[in-house]
Ligand binder design. Structure first.
Ligand SMILES: CC(=O)N[C@H]1[C@@H](OP(=O)(O)OP(=O)(O)OC[C@H]2O[C@@H](n3ccc(=O)[nH]c3=O)[C@H](O)[C@@H]2O)O[C@H](CO)[C@@H](O)[C@@H]1O[C@H](C)C(=O)N[C@@H](C)C(=O)N[C@@H](CCC(=O)O)C(=O)O
Ligand SMILES: Nc1ncnc2c1ncn2[C@@H]1O[C@H](COP(=O)(O)OP(=O)(O)OP(=O)(O)O)[C@@H](O)[C@H]1O
Length: 447
């Protein structure tokens, strides 16, 4: 693409229509104007929409949702003339536009770190009155194994929750049907002009921090329908990045990382006078450990999918698992040591580890070639340790990928490192923000 014309990205004051339950977010990029909309389901508390806390969260949401429009030209200045920010809110928004878009910059060769000016008025860091929120849990559901493991854990601890999703489709809908609890759904409508322009000559395209976006929408829901905590299902493996670019680690999953969780939890708490909690229940766990917990139950086997092809805005009419993307390859690999082989083959409809065409893909996942794929996959050493473990199991050892990679894994990492890594994957990390009362009910090490 030719060098874009430098310009300013403007974020206008958002508006929530408390009669219709619709929030509108306006943006400008030079002469281009965009509007994104959120439609909330019936039952919102109009009184809560008039609280200072709701106004603060709505403003922050406007800035976070702005990434989709900003990325068309990625200018150096973001201006929000009507949105006052405290110092910690400013740091949070800059983190979204710098690290949340890290993959986008790295893949487009754009250097923006430390160079983005965020022009907004200052807001006093004075305490915000806490809105009245019921002691209830909102649980975002992504249709994959992670949020369903949170379902399993909350159910075992007898903690009630409400499933929540933005633009639910495919595996999200079928998983929530299996959960059997009434959900809350928000309809998000991106400006179609932004989607049309994305990647056309003169405009960039790329990844946006979707968990940050869904989390802000969840926060609005928490205030409107009275929930005092949002429980995410982000694993500890999500904190590992993909490549170093422009002096920083770019992480496809930045908004699922522990650093991001700390930032957003602090900002949401401050903006609601301490009223709203936010943490990930799965932070102590590796992906491999999550797979082992998932495997304890068969209830979601035919309805869940971690394959992101299901979640494209335009829909998807292919199989639940495409079998050809890094996420399918990775999830197959980590479920393999955790469940009976026929069960796993039933879920995926084929054996991805006995397909010679996938050798290059598994070499990338396990660190034997290339770089960690730009997808929601676990740590490189995690994938290597799981593949090595399979090579020690009779039912997997002769499968083509397992037998071909075993020797290279041993040469590259050494047996003791691979064995130790698998043990560590199964141990809980104390590095999490799960409140101590819940952590002790779940038998986790204290934060
Ligand atoms: C479903 C998916 O993986 N989409 C990624 C894909 O986009 P694609 O063009 O194949 O399909 P659409 O998602 O329908 O997007 C159409 C265009 O719209 C833009 N767009 C979409 C959503 C949005 O919120 N803002 C947007 O501007 C998009 O850029 C397209 O031009 O490739 C894109 C480019 O790399 C990705 O940005 C799409 O990712 C979605 C935003 C998405 O929701 N992805 C999640 C499944 C995802 O990747 N989650 C991460 C967590 C990342 C995090 O930090 O939170 C994960 O699971 O690892
Ligand atoms: N459409 C959505 N609406 C609300 N929350 C979502 C949505 N998609 C993902 N999430 C939430 O975002 C977080 C990250 O999603 P992620 O895709 O990693 O989880 P998952 O779908 O549960 O599992 P998997 O990693 O197996 O796909 C999770 O807490 C998930 O519940």
């Amino acid at each position: 693409m030719n060098a874009p014309v430098p310009t300013v990205f403007t974020v206008f004051a958002p508006h929530f229509d408390a009669e219709l339950g619709i929030a509108r977010f306006g943006y400008a990029l030079g002469d281009l104007h965009f509007e994104e909309r959120l439609a909330f389901p019936p039952g919102w508390n109009a009184e809560n929409a008039h609280t200072e806390a709701f106004g603060r969260i709505l403003n922050l949401t406007a800035l976070v949702l702005g990434v989709s429009y900003f990325k068309l030209l990625a200018p150096f200045t973001i201006s929000a003339p009507t949105i006052g920010l405290t110092p910690s809110e400013r740091a949070f928004i800059l983190d979204i536009y710098e690290n949340g878009l890290g993959e986008f910059y790295a893949r487009n060769g754009l250097k923006r770190f430390g160079q983005i000016a965020l022009e907004t008025p200052d807001a006093a860091a004075a305490p915000v009155p806490a809105p009245k929120l019921a002691a209830r849990t909102l649980l975002p559901i992504g249709g994959g194994k992670d949020s369903l493991v949170s379902v399993q854990l909350l159910e075992s601890a007898e903690i009630p929750f409400t499933p929540f999703a933005v633009n639910p489709k495919g595996p999200i809908l079928t998983s929530i049907e299996k959960i059997g609890l009434p959900p809350l759904y928000v309809t998000r409508t991106l400006d179609p002009e932004m989607i049309r322009l994305s990647g056309t000559p003169g405009f960039y395209n790329g990844h946006v921090p979707s968990t940050a976006i869904n989390s802000m929408i969840a926060s609005l829901v928490a205030l409107l329908y009275s929930y005092d905590r949002i429980i995410l299902s982000n694993e500890r493996s999500a904190s590992e990045g993909n490549v170093v670019f422009d002096g920083r680690e770019a992480n496809h999953q930045h908004s699922k990382s522990l650093d991001f969780e700390r930032l957003i939890a602090g900002v949401l708490s401050d903006a609601t006078g301490g009223g709203l909690g936010y943490f990930s229940l799965l932070r102590p766990f590796s992906e491999a450990r999550i797979a082992a917990i998932f495997a304890r139950e068969t209830r979601f086997d035919r309805v869940f999918s971690s394959c992101n092809r299901n979640f494209r805005l335009s829909g998807h009419d292919g199989p639940l698992w495409c079998g050809n993307c890094p996420k399918c390859h990775f999830v197959f690999l980590i479920l393999a040591p955790a469940m009976e082989k026929p069960r796993l083959l039933g879920i995926f409809g084929r054996n991805l580890l006995d397909d010679a065409d996938k050798e290059a893909a598994y070499r990338e996942l396990t660190g034997l070639a290339g770089q960690k794929p730009w997808e929601c996959v676990g740590e490189i050493l995690e994938a290597a340790a799981c593949l090595y473990r399979l090579s020690e199991q009779a039912e997997w050892a002769d499968d083509v990928i397992v037998s071909r990679l075993k020797g290279d894994l041993l040469t590259h990492y050494g047996r003791p490192a691979l064995e130790r890594a698998y043990e560590e994957l199964m141990a809980d990390s104390p590095d999490h923000l799960v409140p101590s009362s819940l952590a002790s009910r779940m038998g986790l090490d204290a934060a």
